[in-house]
Design a protein around this ligand. Structure first.
Ligand code: NI
Length: 164
């Protein structure tokens, strides 16, 4: 872990009370952990405003599998970008998941990694396919540094899809 610094924060009593109630409902054990996560979330959210920022995303789609050739179109679109075996910093399809919801509907979750603008472009292409009934994209900005610190020492992961 990076070096820790302690900070003091002045807060309105009521605001602190509401914050404590919120984080206890969410299951946080300490204010520090809740504040750290809020800061990380805010920083990640802010980075998403940069179209060139690195991000991961899950695109959720519910579609009628009777829709003409929709499954083929979904697969074709995913094949248009490199898979994890041929990493690209612009856009990768890391994985996808298919669930048969009922006799009509399927859920497809496509996990993407790459630049925010490329992810959004791909997600829009996926969600605009005729027959997609519901769709949502969830984006998370990821840290840009090529060297990832975990385990005993910092080391690099040349292939983006390698296990951490
Ligand atoms: Ni299905």
């Amino acid at each position: 872990m990076d070096q820790l610094e302690r900070i003091g924060v002045s807060l309105d009593k009521n605001l602190l009370l509401m914050f404590d109630q919120l984080i206890s409902k969410q299951g946080y054990q300490s204010r520090s952990e809740a504040i750290r996560n809020l800061i990380r979330q805010q920083l990640s959210q802010q980075r998403l405003s940069d179209p060139k920022a690195n991000a991961v995303a899950a695109v959720f789609m519910v579609y009628d599998h009777h829709a003409t050739k929709l499954s083929d179109k979904l697969i074709d679109l995913q094949h248009c970008v490199p898979t994890g075996r041929r990493p690209s910093h612009l856009l990768q399809v890391i994985s996808s998941l298919h669930v048969h919801l009922d006799e009509h509907d399927c859920l497809e979750v496509v996990v993407l990694r790459g630049q925010v603008s490329r992810i959004n472009q791909m997600a829009e292409n996926l969600l605009s396919i005729k027959g997609v009934k519901l769709g949502r994209i969830n984006l998370l900005a990821t840290e840009p540094p090529p060297r990832i610190r975990h385990g005993r020492a910092a080391h690099s992961h040349p292939a983006n899809n390698k296990r951490l």
